[in-house]
Design a protein. Structure first.
Length: 310
């Protein structure tokens, strides 16, 4: 095929996400779990810039500590670029620079956002012209959260989380994130969940066909933060608290300072607090900051990975 190289860097921005509801099915024979989750893309972004090159490379900057991130072929953004190149028959490579703002190993899908942004950036850079469906098929091969980072908005994820159906959400929801100074391993949190279920099947046996509660969809449709607060849920929260007990105190602190509700996002350790409005968010952010926590005010839903001009 003929490759129409872009003349300058392509800049793509993709959002982090909150899992505002997460039900985890029983462990499957392959070690994975089916989930039913409600994703919301929020205004904390990863910025990916891509230049044509002979090789594949990635460098990181941004507002989070990127010192431990791999820059070899194990990096998800490099995997995304190579997958697209193989699929579309692109002979060259790409130089990626990623400005990270989503917490690393924080349960907010930062690596998945990088991969989604890289797919869009390389598709634009190389002029490969893949359809939305083709990009989503590649995204699903890279990881369960990557398709959602492509689409953004609010969506229900089933299967491994990669089978998406849009959820109607009206208005804007305001969140305050308490960002931990450490990460939690997603596989480690799932292992802890399995261990707890094995020890106490009477508490949480896990189901073979998890679904998102109807109250979640009703609250999103109504744009009602108080109704949504009552429906927030995460099956992984107890496991994350077991591995990082200090998160319990953060949840209590947020709820004592005006949050409608709080939960661990995904596999954690980021804690997301839902609040009434922007003013409440600022008050809670000040209270959490006074307790020496890294607190961020974000809103959702926002768009998925898209090219920025200029």
């Amino acid at each position: 095929m003929t490759i129409a190289w872009a003349d300058e860097a392509v800049h793509v921005r993709a959002p982090g996400k909150i899992n505002l509801f997460m039900r985890v099915g029983a462990v499957q024979p392959d070690g994975y779990h089916d989930v039913a989750t409600a994703y919301q893309a929020v205004s904390l972004y990863e910025d990916v810039r891509a230049w044509p090159d002979d090789e594949f490379s990635v460098a990181f900057g941004g507002s989070v500590d990127v010192s431990g991130l791999p820059t070899d072929g194990s990096n998800l953004a490099i995997k995304a670029a190579k997958l697209l190149a193989r699929t579309a028959g692109v002979p060259g490579g790409v130089r990626l620079e990623i400005e990270k703002h989503v917490p690393i190993a924080g349960g907010m899908g930062g690596g998945s956002a990088d991969a989604a942004a890289t797919l869009v950036a390389c598709d634009t850079l190389w002029g490969t012209g893949l359809s939305k469906e083709e990009l989503h098929a590649l995204a699903a091969k890279l990881g369960a959260d990557v398709p959602f980072a492509l689409s953004g908005g609010t969506a229900i994820g089933t299967g491994r989380g990669d089978r998406l159906s849009p959820a109607l959400a009206t208005g804007s929801f305001h969140w305050v994130l308490a960002v931990a100074e450490f990460g939690l391993s997603t596989p480690g949190v799932y292992r802890e969940l399995d261990r707890r279920r094995e020890e106490h099947p009477e508490v949480d046996p896990g189901t073979d066909a998890p679904v998102v509660d109807a109250e979640v969809l009703q609250a999103l449709r109504a744009g009602d933060a108080r109704m949504l607060a009552g429906a927030l849920h995460n099956d992984l929260q107890a496991a994350a608290l077991g591995l990082a007990p200090g998160l319990g105190g953060i949840l209590e602190l947020g709820e004592a300072n005006g949050a409608l509700a709080g939960l661990v996002s995904g596999s954690g350790p980021t804690v997301a607090f839902l609040v009434d409005d922007a003013d409440s968010a600022i008050e809670l952010q000040v209270a959490l900051s006074a307790a020496r926590l890294n607190a961020l005010h974000v809103h959702g839903a926002v768009h998925g990975a898209r090219v920025l001009r200029g």
